[in-house]
Design a protein around this ligand. Structure first.
Ligand code: ATP
Length: 312
């Protein structure tokens, strides 16, 4: 009898912005404790997992040439980790992974983590695994600090490495404009630059997280705009001084406030509403301070299998 091959599974996974990112001092082991509020945005990667005799990975879409299309890709690490967890051969998992990038690469928006989260969700469906959310989150956390949030989505408070999550209530949708840069920034080099700046002086530190959580609960973008903060911003700007101009240009174009997203260099601008976001995006793209501009809303779901109607 012929075995029935299950159809490919397509998963959409969101980018993230950190509306609040407090970075602790460097620890002896070189890591930093984080306290952050993530929001998942409607800027996605699409990951397809399919049964195949020949394992492999393909990457297409925005800046795909900057992403390793081999087994060093974080999505492939997710294949190996889940295969191992459920007792399949991680060296011969009999799957192919196809990634369509929409999230900027090395942009501070957790693109690689989104692909890893999408792969876990896709394989759980393809392999018909009976695996709980918590178990999947444990596999995710071993892959990278941002992977659990990309699974979770919505708005969440992250502590530890950013991987211990508690959901945060965010009323209404927030409207964002994202300014994508020509080149990425390496996350470890941004943390190193922050350590250097802190050894030399006292770069500004973000305030308390509670008012941010309250502003999210009210759903008032003006209140949230006053509280956006990122300890990595000074370091990202120090490595890429042109970001100062980008941040100014977004506010001049009518955004309520702008922030470097995570380790950058993407800048995220919070806008009053959807119409304002479209206007800000149009004006910003005309100023020539960035490679391209995107409009997005948040919060959105974490990595999710796309229904037949949604699939491209
Ligand atoms: P972080 O989550 O650390 O903020 P980021 O969002 O700034 O990261 P990513 O887009 O995740 O950056 O890429 C960081 C590096 O990881 C890239 O330079 C790339 O070489 C590598 N990488 C491995 N797998 C992927 C993937 N699936 N998508 C994007 N980059 C990947």
């Amino acid at each position: 009898m012929l075995a029935v091959v299950p159809p490919p599974v397509i998963v959409r996974a969101p980018a993230k912005v950190n509306v609040h990112l407090a970075v602790g001092d460097v620890r002896k082991d070189g890591y930093h404790d984080l306290l952050t509020v993530f929001q998942a945005l409607s800027l996605n990667d699409e990951v397809t997992v399919a049964v195949a005799d020949e394992p492999g990975i393909e990457v297409v879409g925005d800046s795909a040439e900057m992403v390793p299309a081999d087994f060093s890709n974080l999505a492939w690490k997710a294949v190996e980790a889940l295969a191992e967890y459920v007792g399949r051969d991680p060296k011969d998992p009999k799957v192919r992974v196809h990634i369509r990038k929409g999230i900027p690469v090395a942009g501070g928006m957790a693109g690689g983590s989104a692909d890893a989260a999408a792969t876990l969700v896709g394989l759980a469906s393809l392999w018909k695994l009976e695996i709980g959310k918590d178990e999947l989150a444990d596999v995710a956390a071993a892959l990278g600090a941002d992977v659990p949030f990309c699974l979770h989505g919505g708005t969440a408070l992250g502590s530890g490495r950013g991987d211990r999550l508690v959901p945060v209530l965010a009323r209404h949708q927030f409207h964002w404009v994202l300014a994508l840069d020509h080149e990425g920034l390496s996350t470890p080099s941004v943390f190193k630059e922050l350590d250097r700046l802190r050894a030399e002086g006292e770069p500004p530190r973000v305030g308390a997280v509670e008012p941010v959580v309250e502003a999210l609960a009210t759903g008032d973008p003006r209140q949230l705009a006053l509280l956006l903060g990122n300890d990595l911003q000074a370091a990202a700007v120090s490595l890429r001084p042109a970001l100062r101009r980008t941040l100014r240009a977004g506010v001049d174009a009518g955004a309520l406030a702008g922030i470097v997203s995570g380790s950058g260099p993407t800048c995220a601008f919070l806008c009053q509403d959807g119409e304002s976001a479209v206007r800000v995006a149009a004006e910003l793209s005309g100023v020539g301070v960035c490679r391209t501009v995107r409009v997005a809303q948040g919060p959105v779901h974490g990595a999710r299998v796309m229904s037949v109607e949604e699939a491209p």
